[in-house]
Ligand binder design. Structure first.
Ligand SMILES: [Zn+2]
Ligand SMILES: [Zn+2]
Length: 454
């Protein structure tokens, strides 16, 4: 029994793992790396023989888990592809968007390898995808069964249980044990009490503790208050968000605040990709595991403004909320182009509700001081603007804080813990804690490219 990681390094990106269980070969996730370019964004699978996998299972639709799927399907054309219905619906839309992004990057950044796949290739593989419900057990190889369990994190996200001749392997995927505004907390109760041989665990937040006094409710209160104050003085609010997940969570937070009278009904603008993804949430609103069952955001949210056809970006004006992507305000995105409306205007606010890498424009804004002069492109050559607007950051992470995850691992007490999906210090924190507190547990930080004997 072997585990192989095809990630491009010990970090958070290009997640793709192979499990060899007896004669069965099962691939978990097919991600791209958000910080690399060209073929380096792909998991390093080129040494695997063509068509040598029995199944491909996907934990959720974020691109670091799903973005390389067409390339895997090209290399393993006979392997059935399994995920939840939500993951497939959103993943398909995000893959098509990736083709558009890669096509424009081919021109602008002269990356000859782009696009790594085409719209046609996506359309070709979609009909053979095999959606499975949470809790449903299905065959994925010779004597191997799989079950998806709700992982919280984002709509449709699954932890994956694999069972084979008395052995149980559990891959958490990205996981959150707390309820969010739309997404319900993980429910792994099915494996509670079962002897877990190998647990493959995300470690995203291992580098730091969450504030001791943190509660999601008070964080929402602070966010709503910051928005209310900004609107009251005639300013506008920009919330840079990813189109999938954070956009819909944020809209539900705003909706609840408007319903309670804590926020006035003002126009709330969203972008084109967010509109597409939100339509999928709405289509599945009565069948998905989520809060606000049946609530259709695009129809039921008061004064939600979608982009008009052929309009490259929303009209800018005072007294409005802009929930626009990208979340890290990357170059060539609407939130980046909107910076010139916001940064120099002391009445306005940019409120960050998601993770911002320090090397992105959002990260640079967050580390700047009031009055600093900023350029929003990577070369520092673009229009330079003084930072005068209100800047604040809020913690609405969709990943479990490290103490909760550590407690969970200790409680489940697998024989072997394989630490994935975290930067090296994050994985090391978990490894050190587990070695101290569970000396009998085997703990591994897998080295990409080196097979691990389970
Ligand atoms: Zn994720
Ligand atoms: Zn991830």
């Amino acid at each position: 029994m072997h585990f192989h990681s095809f990630a491009r390094g010990i970090d958070v990106g290009a997640h793709c793992y192979l499990l060899e269980l007896g004669t069965s070969r099962i691939l978990l996730d097919a991600g791209t790396h958000p910080k690399r370019v060209g073929v380096d964004t792909l998991p390093d699978i080129h040494d695997l023989p063509i068509d040598s996998a029995d199944a491909i299972l996907l934990s959720h639709a974020h691109l670091d888990h799903f973005g390389a799927l067409p390339v895997l399907c090209r290399q393993f054309p006979s392997a059935p592809v399994f995920a939840t219905e939500e993951t497939f619906a959103v993943g398909e839309a995000l893959l098509h968007n990736s083709v558009n992004v890669m096509t424009s990057q081919r021109r602008e950044l002269e990356i000859g390898a782009y696009p790594l796949y085409t719209h046609r290739e996506i359309d070709h593989i979609v009909p053979s995808w095999m959606p499975r419900r949470f809790g449903q057990r299905f065959e994925v190889g010779d004597g191997v069964s799989a079950t998806f369990l709700p992982a919280g994190h984002v709509l449709g996200a699954a932890g994956i249980v694999l069972r084979d001749a008395g052995r149980t392997i559990f891959y958490t995927g990205d996981v959150h044990f707390e309820d969010q505004s739309l997404c319900q907390a993980a429910d792994f109760s099915e494996i509670e009490g079962e002897k877990i041989d190998t647990m493959i665990i995300e470690t995203t937040r291992g580098e730091s503790d969450r504030r001791a006094d943190y509660t999601r409710e008070s964080e929402i209160d602070h966010l709503i208050e910051a928005i209310r104050e900004t609107l009251a003085r005639g300013g506008s609010v920009m919330l840079p968000v990813f189109a999938f997940g954070k956009t819909q969570e944020l809209l539900m937070m705003l909706y609840e605040a408007i319903e309670d009278g804590r926020l006035p009904q003002v126009p709330v603008h969203i972008g084109g990709l967010s509109t597409k993804i939100t339509a999928l949430f709405d289509r599945l609103s009565s069948t998905s595991r989520r809060f606000h069952q049946g609530f259709r955001i695009l129809d039921d949210f008061p004064r939600l403004v979608r982009p008009a056809r052929k309009e490259p970006e929303p009209p800018y004006g005072p007294g409005r909320i802009y929930a626009i992507s990208s979340g890290m305000m990357s170059e060539n995105t609407v939130s980046n182009r909107f910076a010139h409306h916001f940064l120099p205007n002391p009445d306005n606010a940019i409120l960050f509700v998601g993770y911002a890498d320090p090397e992105t424009p959002a990260g640079r804004i967050l580390s700047a001081e009031p009055g600093d002069i900023l350029s929003m492109n990577d070369r520092g050559t673009g229009r330079r603007m003084p930072l005068k607007c209100r800047i604040e950051k809020f913690d609405f992470s969709g990943h479990a804080p490290r103490d909760q995850l550590l407690d969970y691992i200790i409680r489940i007490n697998p024989k072997h813990a394989v630490l994935v999906h975290g930067d090296e210090p994050a994985r090391r924190w978990f490894a050190d804690q587990l070695r101290q507190r569970c000396p009998h547990m085997r703990v591994t930080i897998p080295d990409p490219g080196t097979p691990l004997n389970l």
